[in-house]
Design a protein around this ligand. Structure first.
Ligand code: ACO
Length: 324
């Protein structure tokens, strides 16, 4: 039979060793462990050391995913890295990762869709495989948000962390990736953004104001609405009900946003994979890292049905229904 589908063959993650706890943050800004926990669910986050970069975590995550999948550099024929914090503007992170891993000649690129980047990359890789353009894709979501965080702003610095997650996606006779759903609406661009870039300039960087800007309350409201819509859209597209889901693996931005999505699905929190307490919001790394945590601790088993979702700057939002 023709391999008309794609399936996840292996998962991996890469995290900085350094951990910053809420208690550490209490010494840096006027905040409290109680405030951070009750508003976000976050207890600690991993932060890159000065000598580490996003590529280090992407490499670690990719190596772990390739080992789990039992594939080597010669098997990979597509590399996609989702990120908003690339090591450099070019070569793209896909090429930089190729070099680290000894992968030669295949398509390699990075894409930028903020916290939804991994779901966007998964959607693209699935389509490459379904159309026969690739057989074995390495997909990574990696970030070092700590490098664009204002560590004197208590409204944002308590939220973010660094790390990378990866999957190897390979051609399969049965779906794996059952469906993917992507959306974006640029009208929300001013609610969550990083103000500078190569073309626009880095003037703010010189004045020390070049950091993530966020209207937290507004982001919260739109995130809850759009994530509620997309999980409904995903179930309806597949003519299924939430009780058929084994696990919800949500973007790990804020426990209260995750709880709202679970409520919308009438799914008990016991069926939701949570890593926000340990990782904080790692943007596009959050979903593949949460998946990897749950695969490696044995909660996610082969044959189970997973709903992945994410929401981020742009705004972008997306979901994937998966038979693991
Ligand atoms: N510690 C103590 N107090 C704080 C802190 C802090 N770290 N941060 C803000 N406060 C204060 C505010 O100054 C404010 O004080 P005031 O009432 O005297 O003015 C008060 O707490 C309430 O502030 P709000 O911003 O209204 O708090 P809210 O309950 O909305 O929580 C939060 C803020 C956690 C940012 C929330 O809005 C949120 O999670 N929004 C979603 C944003 C998000 O997740 N962004 C990530 C990227 S997008 C994504 O991944 C979904």
């Amino acid at each position: 039979m023709k391999n008309a589908y794609s399936r996840i063959a292996g998962t991996g993650r890469g995290l900085p060793e350094k951990i910053l706890t809420n208690q550490d943050l209490e010494k840096m800004v006027e905040t409290s462990d109680e405030w951070i926990r009750s508003r976000t669910g976050i207890e600690r986050r991993h932060i890159a050391a000065d000598h580490e970069t996003n590529l280090d975590f992407c490499e670690q995550a990719a190596r772990n995913a390739m080992q789990a999948a039992g594939v080597g550099p010669g098997d990979i024929d597509l590399v996609i890295v989702g990120t908003t914090t690339p090591d450099q503007v070019f070569p793209n992170m896909g090429c930089l990762l190729q070099r680290r891993l000894g992968i030669h000649g295949c398509t390699a690129f990075s894409l930028e869709a903020a916290c939804t980047g991994f779901i966007y990359a998964l959607d693209i890789a699935d389509k490459y495989i379904r159309t026969g353009s690739a057989k074995c894709a390495l997909i990574v979501g990696g970030e070092t948000l700590s490098r664009m965080t204002d560590w004197s702003d208590r409204g944002t610095c308590v939220l973010f962390g660094d790390g990378a997650g990866a999957v190897v996606l390979e051609a399969a006779e049965q779906p794996g990736i059952i469906s993917t759903h992507l959306h974006a609406d640029g009208k929300y661009a001013d609610l969550l953004y990083f103000p500078s870039g190569v073309s626009k300039g880095f003037d703010d960087l010189k004045s020390g104001k070049d950091f993530i800007r966020m209207s937290g309350n507004e982001v919260f409201k739109v995130a809850v609405t759009k994530l509620g819509e997309i999980v409904t859209e995903t179930l309806q597209a597949n003519n299924m009900t939430a009780d058929k889901l084994d696990w919800l693996i949500p973007h790990q931005a804020n426990l209260r946003i995750i709880e709202a999505t679970a409520r919308k699905l009438k799914l008990p929190m016991e069926r939701v994979i949570l890593t926000v307490q340990d990782h904080g919001n790692t943007s596009t790394a959050s979903v593949p890292m949460a998946l990897d945590v749950a695969v490696r601790d044995g909660r996610v088993q082969r044959g189970q049905t997973l709903l992945l979702e994410a929401f981020g700057g742009g705004f972008t939002w997306g979901s994937a229904l998966i038979r693991y």
